[in-house]
Design a protein around this ligand. Structure first.
Ligand code: PBG
Length: 330
């Protein structure tokens, strides 16, 4: 035990009495270095389309993208995460648009790299859901999302994205074995510096609704994702997932969603000492926004929530608040 002495000699309030003292005893801090900023992109020109379910979040066409990235760099945000909205005519059951080296997300990577070099990191999901007509993260064969066929496509998708200049591949599909296959494919093709940040722990969550709306897969999704994403009642299983992904070569681990899973973040951090990233997902974002709009919460609630990820042990946070709070943090 760490407590020595007792009341009234001992008063923990003494340390909290002045602001300068509170500053000195601060255990966790949040800075712009901790933030990863998601950006939704869309085909076309001069587009900045609001995502209805996510106040203050937009889909940008590529001619508007550079200025968004420029402002992220200006704010000191270390990395953006790109998410494409794919039009219906490009979707099919196999998600073949994912393998088009000139698809929207690849064009975005090339454009950002050309303009900004390594001033900011680019992360892209590896998964088929933006491209499949059924909204699943893999190919659907005989009534199931087929693991091994999907992994083959994912490793090609990863390679194509790396070739376009993506710095960090983030497999978000939850297929077995994909990290190892993707690592091998990258190494074989000269991309040994490209990182893999694995969504090792991705729960079949009810908090993804606004995101699916933003990328246009919401109304397409047939059934649910419970045969591949994790059951939210489990945590031992989360550790098994992480163990495997680390062995297969993951550089960092994402836990997703964030706030309902602080216990998982803490367990992974304690056990593996590997960089852990919390994903504060779209549903969490919308809930907080709505409460602030209705004045049930104030702005500080955003910081309080983000600090909870740091306290739990997260190194960084993927959050739609990134650009909105970065100024305050500076
Ligand atoms: C798809 C993907 C999802 C999110 C990120 N990548 C949704 C899903 O799995 O259905 C959700 C992010 C969010 O809700 O903010 N692989």
């Amino acid at each position: 035990m760490i407590i020595t002495g007792k009341y009234p000699q001992l008063r923990l309030r003494r340390n909290r009495y002045h602001q300068w003292s509170r500053k000195l005893i601060t255990e966790n801090n949040l800075s712009v270095n901790d933030l990863i900023m998601p950006i939704f992109i869309i085909d076309g020109k001069k587009k900045k389309i609001p995502v209805k379910t996510m106040p203050g979040v937009f889909r940008y066409s590529l001619d508007k993208l550079n200025s968004v990235v420029q402002s992220a760099i200006h704010l000191g945000i270390p990395m953006v995460a790109l998410f494409p909205y794919t039009k219906g005519s490009l979707k099919n059951p196999l998600g073949t648009e994912s393998l088009n080296p000139n698809n929207l997300v690849c064009r975005a990577c090339k454009q950002i790299k050309k303009k900004f070099k390594n001033k900011i990191g680019i992360m892209c999901d590896v998964a088929l859901d933006p491209y499949t007509s059924h909204g699943h993260d893999g190919v659907f064969l005989k009534g199931d999302v087929d693991n091994d066929e999907t992994v083959k496509i994912l490793s090609e998708q990863a390679l194509i994205q790396a070739s376009a200049g993506c710095d960090v591949l983030a497999p978000s599909d939850m297929m077995d074995g994909r990290i190892g296959v993707i690592r091998k494919t990258l190494d074989k093709n000269g991309f040994k510096h490209v990182q893999i940040i694995s969504y090792a722990v991705k729960f079949a969550s009810n908090y993804y609704g606004p995101f699916r709306d933003a990328v246009g897969s919401k109304n397409l999704l047939k059934g649910d994702k419970q045969t591949y994403q994790m059951d939210f009642k489990n945590s031992d299983e989360a550790l098994r997932e992480v163990t495997l992904d680390i062995k297969e070569g993951a550089d960092m681990i994402i836990v997703k969603p964030g706030l309902p899973y602080l216990d998982i973040i803490q367990k992974i951090k304690n056990k593996y000492k590997i960089p852990v990233i919390a994903y504060q997902v779209s549903g969490e974002y919308s809930m907080i926004c709505n409460s602030i709009e209705k004045k049930i919460l104030n702005q500080e609630a955003i910081i309080e929530t983000l600090i909870s990820f740091k306290r739990a042990g997260a190194n960084a946070i993927i959050t739609y608040f990134a650009d909105k709070i970065a100024k305050n943090l500076k």
